[in-house]
Design a protein around this ligand. Structure first.
Ligand code: HEM
Length: 737
């Protein structure tokens, strides 16, 4: 087996010498800092740093040779401001590299031509509202040109504008000189996403927060003030404790035009964080107590997310179609909610959606035949391709994204979808690469690519739907079949029939089916890739799994044919532990709900219409929850969820140890499939599908790791990493960029 890895990218080294504390000296210093960060070589700053330099990250002193500054990165944007009075600088860096995106704020203070303090806040996926691509995009729309000499404000005016903003935080009547337009950029969220041009900086400001320890950099030429400070209140578990925070203000004619914030660690430390997406408040909850409350709540709905994101962006419904769902208040259950009994069955859209997705994807008697069909197709079309008794070098990436995906799609949707569209897999993976931007990103007029990728993908599904509606005998014996060759499984047929009969446009029918293709493959394929990688890297693990899996095969005494018992394999403890560990580390989902009415979650007031988020990565990598002294939470450890039980062999009477699967922490802190009523309907099928692939492969083949490679097949000296572009929307595939 052969793997894909990633290429290490470097950048040019800066050179030059320091001079006195004037603008030229400070500009040279920030240039050197940016170059040192690009190269990941802090040593190149030695000429401008004092012997007793204090280097901090998020307010903690860190060894400069092992911190963020020692990581090379391709910097997409940098902006610095220079304060010749305080002899200090501020730099904003944006790195959109999907493998390791960052937004970094750095303040340097110089004494006698040498930096005595470099303080950095480096935000990355997991920090609240983090989105480096968004940060870059909104930044690029702003004008930060130097202010003409005759229009410059004094440093006192510029600093006062920034100070007024924070003074307002504990005094709602404090006058802040907001300009028009004025926009705030937090993480990747922008307060004026539609470019409406008003003062959106004043939206949603706190009124009881006293910020601490303000540290300034003021640049009159750029009309800018950077304020580093302590921001208490973000972390409600320690409400008095200030969090590291940076705000950069652009001030023109005494008025604030832009505000850029960088706040690190808030998510990881905070059980509850509130922020704003446009004008909507978002409450991000952390901790098992909160997760349980969110998943149990009836007032927090997933339907609101479908109306805002799922239907328009993925199902690609028209407004009128979305409105039909919005008008239906009768609930998802078979019996309408009290007071809605008059709603005709054909207008009970939520209930039908729930019934079609959940019955046909989750019920055992429906999924067992699908999984058996998958195992049959996988053995026939994938495994038989490789001759026994000889070595073949394969790319796991190729194998999973081509052969496995083809088999998974053919099982769920039938062979027609690929016969009619020979380039279907390309269209799907191309769409997949844009899915996060489509879901969270900008409107079509601003960023058309994701919509084009979606159009290309859905056009192919439409063709398949059209052919099915024409050729399939809707009154014939196959109408209730568990599998038939046009639509494949019942879920695909039922979804098509329901939406077509209800008069939804073809594109929406295709959108619903496309979301199913996406839910199925975008999540399972990366998981199976990671499982195979781990098995190939560790021969001991591979042979332990192989031994365990052997028990799940049944050999026909007459023909000698081996078939997999798909139910038995799903209960194997080591395989379950390996699967759970991959889901824990490689699935990054923001679970989203909308508050249907004003409510309180464990004492936190949440207004009607607010968004409630829970971030699986935070829950699933929490050290206190999952870590052990030998195996920290961020480390892959295939036996993390195994318990050894001693038992006596009934035949020999000797004591032996048996493995049992036992989740290493409370299931409340593990939600790769979401939770509550809208929990992923495909979760059982996903597990069965993944276990089937792994079991058949390890049973049939010897495997050996060959090397990591770059996308072009050339060798790489680095292993694959999680592709952070998918952060927040599902399984993180290995990066190939
Ligand atoms: C490792 C694999 C998978 C993961 C991690 C995963 C994860 C998720 C999550 C987190 C949700 C949202 C649940 C919530 O908000 O509480 C979801 C929804 C969904 N998933 Fe999965 N999923 C996987 C596999 C699958 C498979 C194999 C299918 C289909 C065959 C599927 C179909 C769906 C569908 C249709 C929805 C939306 C349900 C709705 O609109 O109500 N998923 N999935």
């Amino acid at each position: 087996m052969k793997f894909r890895g990633i290429l290490l990218v470097g950048a040019a080294l800066a050179s030059g010498a320091a001079a006195a504390c004037n603008r030229t000296f400070l500009v040279d210093a920030t240039d050197k800092y940016v170059a040192a960060q690009a190269e990941g070589k802090p040593a190149t700053l030695t000429a401008i740093t004092a012997d007793n330099l204090n280097y901090t990250e998020s307010d903690k002193t860190v060894d400069i040779t092992t911190g963020v500054l020692a990581q090379p990165m391709k910097i997409d944007h940098n902006r610095s401001i220079h304060d010749t009075t305080l002899c200090a600088t501020f730099t904003e860096l944006i790195v959109t590299d999907p493998a390791k995106p960052y937004v970094i704020a750095t303040r340097m203070v110089f004494t006698n031509d040498k930096a005595s303090l470099i303080e950095t806040i480096a935000t990355k996926p997991g920090d609240w509202a983090f989105n480096a691509t968004g940060y870059l995009h909104w930044n690029s729309l702003e004008n930060w040109d130097p202010i003409p000499a005759d229009k410059r404000d004094t440093r006192a005016v510029i600093q006062a504008a920034g100070d007024a903003y924070f003074n307002r935080f504990d005094n709602a009547s404090y006058a802040v000189p907001f300009g028009t337009p004025c926009a705030r950029l937090e993480g990747g969220a922008y307060t004026d996403p539609r470019g409406a041009g008003g003062n959106t900086c004043s939206l949603g400001l706190p009124s009881t927060i006293v910020v601490t320890n303000r540290r300034y950099v003021v640049d009159e030429e750029m009309g800018a003030v950077s304020i580093f400070l302590g921001f208490p209140g973000l972390d409600r578990s320690v409400p008095q404790e200030p969090m590291p925070d940076s705000h950069l203000f652009r001030v023109e004619g005494g008025k604030i035009r832009y505000i850029h914030t960088v706040s690190a660690k808030a998510l990881e430390r905070s059980p509850v964080v509130r922020f704003w997406m446009g004008t909507t408040p978002v409450y991000l909850f952390g901790g098992p107590k909160h997760y349980q409350a969110i998943f149990a709540s009836r007032d927090l709905t997933y339907n609101g997310i479908m109306l805002q994101i799922g239907f328009p962006k993925l199902w690609r419904m028209t407004r009128e179609e979305i409105q039909r769902f919005a008008n239906d208040k009768s609930g998802h259950k078979e019996t309408p909610l009290p007071g809605t009994e008059h709603v005709p069955p054909q207008q009970r859209y939520w209930a039908t959606k729930y019934h079609v997705l959940y019955d046909f994807l989750s019920r055992k008697h429906h999924i067992k035949p699908i999984v058996d069909e998958f195992a049959r197709q996988f053995s026939r079309d994938v495994v038989e391709k490789f001759p026994l008794g000889q070595w073949t070098t394969l790319s796991i990436d190729e194998l999973t994204r081509r052969d496995f995906t083809r088999c998974a799609i053919t099982t769920l949707f039938g062979p027609k979808i690929l016969e009619l569209n020979p380039d279907f897999l390309d269209a799907f993976w191309y769409f997949d690469s844009y899915a996060s931007v489509l879901v969270y990103g900008f409107p079509r007029w601003m960023y058309p690519q994701p919509f084009r990728a979606s159009d290309r993908f859905l056009d192919r599904i439409e063709k398949y739907v059209e052919a099915g509606l024409k050729d399939f005998d809707w009154n014939g014996p196959d109408v209730d079949a568990q599998w038939e060759p046009h639509f494949g499984t019942r879920i695909t047929r039922e979804l098509t029939k329901w939406l077509t009969d209800a008069g939804f446009q073809r594109k929406s029918v295709a959108g619903a089916l496309g979301t199913l293709v996406f839910g199925q493959n975008s999540n399972t394929i990366p998981v199976v890739s990671w499982m195979l990688m781990e098995l190939n890297k560790d021969p001991q693990l591979l042979s332990a799994v192989r031994a365990e899996v052997a028990d799940a095969f049944v050999t026909d005494p007459l023909t000698g044919a081996r078939t997999l018992d798909t139910q038995k394999v799903a209960a194997l403890p080591l395989l379950q532990s390996l699967f759970t560990e991959i889901l824990r580390l490689r699935v990054s989902m923001v679970i989203m709900r909308v508050a249907d009415r004003p409510m309180t979650i464990n004492g936190v007031d949440v207004p009607r219409g607010a968004l409630v988020h829970a971030y699986s990565r935070i829950a699933q990598t929490d050290e206190a929850t999952w870590g052990s002294p030998e195996h920290p939470a961020d480390q892959f450890w295939p036996e993390r969820h195994i318990k050894y039980v001693e038992e006596r062999d009934p035949e020999t009477g000797t004591l032996r140890k048996r493995r049992e699967f036992a989740m290493a922490a409370s299931p409340a802190c593990f939600f790769p499939f979401g939770g509550g009523v809208p929990m992923c309907p495909g979760r059982h099928f996903a597990k069965n599908e993944i276990f089937t692939m792994v079991a058949i492969l390890v049973d049939r083949f010897e495997m050996e790791f060959v090397r990591w490679t770059n996308p072009d097949g050339s060798p790489s000296d680095r292993p694959a990493e999680s592709d952070q572009r998918f952060s927040g929307i599902g399984s993180l595939p290995p990066t190939v960029t």
